[in-house]
Write a protein that binds this ligand. Structure first.
Ligand code: NAD
Length: 495
């Protein structure tokens, strides 16, 4: 059952101006068409940005609690449609139903959390250094925001950006990844149904170069919020840098789980299986490296290999499936190429390392959960993001070495340590270079009311989710009101 989808510009569903479309197919079964979507270009971008620019002038004046009511209604509508949306998402990008339900739930949580900000958006008041003078600060909207998103969290990631941006009084042009435009269209449909005025939310499907690039470069776009690869992040950073445009980047990761000799090994095993092979390894926070303390390394690896082999790979709609397909052939090829790289580098392939073949698997992008042992920190396998079900195991002799190896990567998104020793845990929290550290939990599991983002090549210092997201989508205005009736010169008249 496939649908024909459209762009959403100025409150209307419209095809691409060129009339061109592209198709999207189920990664578990390429014979199943999910939908046809507008293959947009710069002329569609210009129309969407113009609509957003016009709408901004009235939307910014709507009181924030009223803007937030629309977001709250959208979250309620998502709640009512959760199951249908999750099933569509699994057909569109492959991850198992429990996870796509979680993805929609994250958008719901984010909607309710962002709606609460409508009645906060707190600023500061402070005493002035001059008599008869007031000083305070307020958050102002910024203008038109471009939201460019990846395919691995088709609804959660757009919700992190769009809900708070709207509550703050901005208008939006949203471009999702070409692998997940259906979930994105449903998300936009919900906002329209919830009462977002014409032009407040606009939506375009199409390629990164054809839509994403002109959108980010458009002079009327004031904020670009991007989640995706570091490679594209760098391109956008150059573009936005020369135009002095605000840019928030959420990029790649090479996250590690450390398991010390005193850890609860059952817990650590459960954690690494979920962290490495959940979403088929296609999470920015996926566990891509496992750092084992030598005293438990042998026994842990043995148990890991046995458990990874037993994971059930298949169609994400089947409730017994634990690992769905990769999102597309390119992603499977990347995974396979890293397996070859790992073998050439001298790592030991101990599990998986090949596509799943046979009846039921031929028309999908299935790949076996893969584990490499004897990985060394300088190998590409240990340094580069793979974004597939491949786990690299490194062995260390001490806690200090574990922290050093954990930090020895260009990225710094998520991290994890399993230990029962509170002193070690506290030192790890202090010394690990990452935006997120879990103690006795896997590297995945972010919650919407806590800051999300990373250090080093993972981003450029912003944090989505939590109240910290407001710093991306508002400008501070500082206000001084002088009621003394005379000129008062700060730093001069009072010294
Ligand atoms: P990608 O960078 O290829 O694409 C992301 C988005 O950017 C897509 O919508 C794409 O069409 C668009 N795009 C591509 N080229 C562009 C250009 N020149 N100008 C403007 N837009 C362009 O990433 P992907 O393959 O969709 O997603 C996987 C990547 O996303 C991984 O590196 C992963 O780590 C990262 N990711 C990061 C986070 C995080 O929060 N840190 C979360 C999820 C995914």
């Amino acid at each position: 059952m496939s649908e024909t989808f459209q762009n959403f510009i100025d409150g209307k569903w419209v095809p691409a101006r060129s009339g061109k479309t592209f198709e999207n197919r189920n990664p578990a079964n390429q014979d199943e068409l999910v939908g046809a979507f507008p293959d947009s270009d710069e002329s569609d971008v210009n129309a969407a940005v113009a609509a957003a620019r016009r709408a901004y002038e009235s939307w910014r004046l709507v009181p924030a609690p009223k803007r937030a009511e629309i977001v709250r209604r959208a979250a309620s509508l998502l709640e009512a449609q959760k199951e249908d949306l999750a099933r569509l998402m699994t057909r569109e990008m492959g991850k198992v139903l429990a996870e796509t339900r979680g993805d929609v739930q994250e958008a719901i949580d984010c909607g309710f959390f962002a709606a609460g900000e409508g009645r906060r958006l707190y600023g500061d008041t402070a005493p002035s250094e001059m008599p008869n003078k007031a000083a305070y600060s307020v958050r102002m909207p910024v203008g038109v925001c471009a939201m460019i998103t990846p395919w691995n969290f088709p609804m959660a990631i757009p919700s992190w950006k769009i809900f708070p941006a709207l509550v703050c009084g901005n208008t939006v042009v949203f471009k999702p990844a070409t692998d997940t435009p259906a979930s994105a269209a449903k998300f936009v449909g919900v906002l329209a149904e919830a009462g977002a005025p014409d032009g407040v939310i606009n939506f375009l499907t199409g390629g990164g170069r054809e839509v994403g690039a002109p959108l980010a470069a458009h002079p009327d776009v004031r904020v670009v919020s991007f989640t995706g690869s570091s490679e594209v992040g760098r391109v956008l950073a150059r573009e936005c840098g020369t135009r002095l445009k605000r840019l928030s980047l959420e990029l790649g990761g090479k996250n590690a789980q450390i398991v010390m000799e005193d850890a609860n090994l059952d817990l650590a095993l459960e954690g690494v299986l979920w962290g490495a092979f959940g979403t088929t390894g296609q999470r920015c926070t996926a566990t891509s490296r496992l750092i084992l303390h030598r005293p438990i390394a042998g026994v842990f690896l043995e148990r890991l290999v046995e458990a990874a082999r037993a994971l059930k790979v298949g169609d994400g709609l089947d409730p017994s499936t634990q690992v769905g397909p990769l999102v597309n052939e390119g992603q499977r090829e990347t995974t396979a190429s890293y397996v070859e790289i790992g073998k050439k580098e001298g790592a030991e392939l101990v599990c998986g390392g090949e596509p799943v073949k046979g009846p039921g698997f031929d028309r999908g992008f299935f790949y076996r959960p893969t584990v490499f042992a004897k990985v060394r920190p300088n190998m590409r396998l240990a340094r580069e993001e793979i974004f597939g079900p491949v786990l690299s195991v490194l062995t260390v002799d001490s806690f200090e070495e574990a922290i050093h190896v954990q930090n020895d990567t260009p990225y710094g998104l998520s991290s994890s340590i399993y230990t029962q020793d509170v002193n070690r845990a506290m030192r790890a929290i202090r010394d690990i270079e990452a935006g997120i550290t879990y103690v006795n939990g896997p590297t995945i599991g972010a919650e919407v009311h806590m800051p999300f983002g990373g250090v080093k090549d993972t981003g450029n210092g912003h944090r989505e989710a939590s109240h910290t997201v407001l710093d991306i989508f508002t400008e501070w205005k500082t206000v001084y009101i002088d009621y003394s009736g005379k000129l008062q010169r700060a730093q001069i008249d009072n010294h």
